[in-house]
Design a protein around this ligand. Structure first.
Ligand code: DP6
Length: 378
């Protein structure tokens, strides 16, 4: 029996991937850039075991059995890694050996936070370790076929997924722009929003956007290429102001495209919009851009903020969204919120946002992180 256990991080996009030019190979219509998050807070952990005695391929996700061989995306990843292993000089055990795969997320699935990126990145990385394939860019083309955004979770720091031009997807790879050490004080607060409504998943949402939105092609061909250039420069220069503006504009544009889809996809709710207004007012009230929001295909707000600005921002959040104050404590991981900051925020206009409807479930505090790593093997 052979086995490998690895951990892979979640990533959060700054310039969003939204729309495919090939559904099966998962090829995007535009480049995207993301930041990889620290695996200590949020990650997927996967063990893959191969044995002569296993009767069939089996998979468990968070302890529950999930389909294996009828999951086309999973099979595509497995076959991709096996093909690469054969090309890399053979296998240390026969391909006929069946696999058992167990995967866990270390963050609450109830938070509605996308786990597929970390999950597929972890699956592909762990299979690569099992078959002794060194980390290389081809692995990102395989993870991409599990879930598009997964390819970016194979690197740490800031990562660009290139749309590529080849029909077979061979140049649609994820590239690391800078490591986490380049901007180590880049933190994130994830404001998990209470939400009961059922949402259209990303896969369906972007498919119907490509079919019906009259704005999406303009975004893909004209806006994003320029935005990618500017964001790369801002990241290189650690220019938070430009970084923040580009990020917020791109999140807003993703949701504009979602609304331009017919019928429209509504991902943000009232609390999400309160978060947007709060961030703009906060930046204005402190006289400097200190926070940037981004929203994926759901209502949760992800705020980019530098480490030194986390405590005052949290203080302001707790004034603006008072209902979460108690519940969030356990997620704050010991960050002190000075009472004096709380008072200051309450008197400088932020308190206007106090609204009993502004319910947050809780806050996750995390930061930029590294790529996947192996935890053990046999
Ligand atoms: C809004 O990667 O989940 O998070 O490729 O169909 O699996 P599939 O979609 P997925 O879409 C992610 C969309 C997004 C933006 C992003 O991460 O870039």
């Amino acid at each position: 029996m052979y086995s490998a256990t690895c951990e892979a991080p979640v990533n959060m996009a700054l310039v969003k991937y939204w729309g495919k030019r090939n559904e099966e190979l998962i090829l995007p219509i535009n480049d995207s850039i993301s930041m990889t998050l620290d695996a200590n807070e949020m990650s997927a952990k996967t063990t893959v075991a191969a044995s002569e005695s296993f009767k069939q391929n089996r998979m468990w996700l968070n302890g529950e059995v999930v389909p294996f061989e009828d999951n086309a995306r999973l099979m595509r990843c497995l076959e991709g890694v096996q093909r690469l292993a054969l090309a890399n000089g053979g296998l240390k055990f026969p391909l006929s050996w069946k696999l058992h795969i167990a995967s866990y997320n270390n963050f609450p699935t109830a938070a509605g936070l996308a786990s597929s990126a970390a999950g597929y990145a972890c699956l592909v990385y762990t299979l690569a370790r099992l078959y002794e394939i060194p980390m290389n860019e081809q692995l990102t083309t395989i993870a991409r076929q599990g879930s598009g955004s997964a390819c970016r979770s194979l690197h740490g720091g800031f990562v660009q997924w290139h749309r590529g031009i080849a029909d077979d997807g061979s140049d649609s790879i994820a590239e690391q722009l800078v490591t986490a050490e380049h901007w180590p004080n880049m933190h994130m607060l994830i404001l998990v929003v209470n939400d009961a409504r059922k949402k259209t998943g990303s896969t369906k949402g972007m498919q119907s956007a490509v079919e019906t939105s009259t704005l999406i092609q303009h975004r893909a061909t004209t806006i994003v290429p320029q935005r990618i250039k500017e964001l790369r420069t801002a990241i290189q220069a650690r220019d938070f102001k430009t970084f923040a503006e580009l990020t917020m504009r791109d999140s807003n544009q993703l949701h504009a495209i979602a609304l331009d889809t017919y019928p429209p996809c509504v991902y943000m709710n009232e609390v999400s919009h309160a978060i947007v207004n709060f961030v703009h007012d906060y930046n204005e009230s402190v006289g400097e851009v200190k926070a940037a929001y981004t929203f994926d295909a759901g209502p949760n707000g992800c705020l980019y903020v530098l480490a030194e600005n986390v405590a005052p921002l949290l203080a302001a959040i707790q004034v603006a969204f008072p209902n979460d104050a108690q519940q969030s404590v356990e997620y704050l991981k010991g960050i002190p919120v000075p009472p004096v900051e709380l008072k200051k925020m309450a008197t400088n206009g932020i308190a206007e946002h106090v609204n009993p409807k502004n319910l947050l479930k809780y806050i996750i505090h995390t930061k930029i992180g590294d790529g996947p790593r192996q935890l053990s093997d046999e």
